[in-house]
Design a binder for this molecule. Structure first.
Ligand code: NAD
Length: 290
């Protein structure tokens, strides 16, 4: 590191709270070192109260950009100059790019999901998908998939505090993209079975399957799945959720959330540096299999 940092090194941040557990600094700094790029990535404890000052600091220090995570993703747009179409539709930002003092907010979670599918030779463009979820991860995926050309989307969620968000997402997709989206109550399991049966791909984009819901799934049994169906889980800890285990037993092609995690970082990396992350090298050193 001492050899890498110079008077020219450009700084990229991560603003979130809590943040000390994050693997993003290791991921980005490994990639900068591998490609010989003169950047350094550091994590900063920033909450909603200190966010405005932190963004002023980013401008004053002419930092190249930053990642933003909870609790700042849905409020940081107030302090930026522009938003990408996906960030505007999602109402959330996870990446800031500073171009000569103009700060643009992007959301790369959905891009990461779509790129991970592509990396796994899964082509959902022009097809129908069913997805469960209405939180941050789900919204980013749903908006990006619709923008990228998924033809039909059946969205399921429990009638909890996220339901209104799901209604809003469906409305935006139908008004602003060519995708046709419909929202269903996750309690209607007959409908869930019907929609999965009619889909090319099924995705869990909720915390179901990870702690404290580890070992659980809302898919009641194997009759909901078929071998030709592709089953994706955004959860990556554990690597194999109860849903993915069931899907593998049925013979489905599956993908866990590690690919989305890697490619959302890679998309941000490319926005800052103009160069793609060395993906195969990163998979190797981070032991990513998905
Ligand atoms: P969130 O809190 O914003 O959303 C929670 C979602 O889970 C909502 O749709 C909610 O209705 C649903 N939910 C919660 N409890 C449920 C239950 N008992 N039954 C059915 N649905 C339930 O969370 P988020 O940030 O969107 O994260 C969701 C998941 O996505 C987490 O597991 C997280 O680890 C994962 N994630 C993965 C990546 C990645 O890169 N792979 C990125 C972000 C999040």
């Amino acid at each position: 590191m001492a050899e890498r940092i110079t008077g020219h090194t450009e700084l990229i941040g991560l603003m979130a709270y809590p943040i000390r557990h994050s693997s993003s600094p290791a991921m980005h700094n490994e990639a900068f070192a591998k490609l010989g790029l003169d950047y350094a990535y550091l994590a900063f404890e920033v909450d909603n109260d200190s966010l405005e000052d932190a963004i002023k600091g980013l401008r004053a220090l002419k930092m190249k950009g930053s990642n933003v995570s909870m609790p700042n993703k849905t409020v940081v747009h107030k302090y930026l100059d522009k938003l990408s179409p996906a960030a505007e539709l999602c109402g959330a930002v996870n990446t800031i790019v500073n171009e000569d003092g103009v700060l643009t907010g992007h959301i790369t979670d959905g891009i990461g999901y779509m790129q991970a599918l592509k990396d796994n030779d899964i082509d959902v463009i022009g097809k129908k998908m069913t997805i469960v979820g209405a939180g941050g991860a789900a919204t980013a995926i749903e908006i990006q998939a619709a923008l990228d050309g998924v033809k039909e989307m059946s969205i399921f969620n429990a009638k909890d505090k996220f339901w209104a968000n799901a209604e809003e997402t469906v409305k935006k997709i139908n008004e602003r993209t060519d995708c046709k989206a419909v929202l269903y109550d996750l309690a209607d399991l007959d409908k869930l079975k019907e929609e999965i049966a009619d889909s090319f791909l099924f995705t869990n984009a909720t915390g179901m399957g990870m702690k404290p819901l580890e070992g659980q799934t809302y898919v009641p049994d194997k009759s909901f799945l078929r071998p030709e169906l592709i089953v994706v889980d955004v959860v990556y800890f554990p690597r194999e959720t109860a849903l993915l285990k069931m899907a593998k037993e049925v013979g489905c092609k599956t993908m866990n959330g590690l690919g989305m995690m890697l490619f959302q970082g890679s998309a941000a990396f490319e926005l800052w540096t103009g160069q793609p992350m060395p993906i195969e090298y990163m998979k190797d050193i981070l032991d990513i299999k998905y």
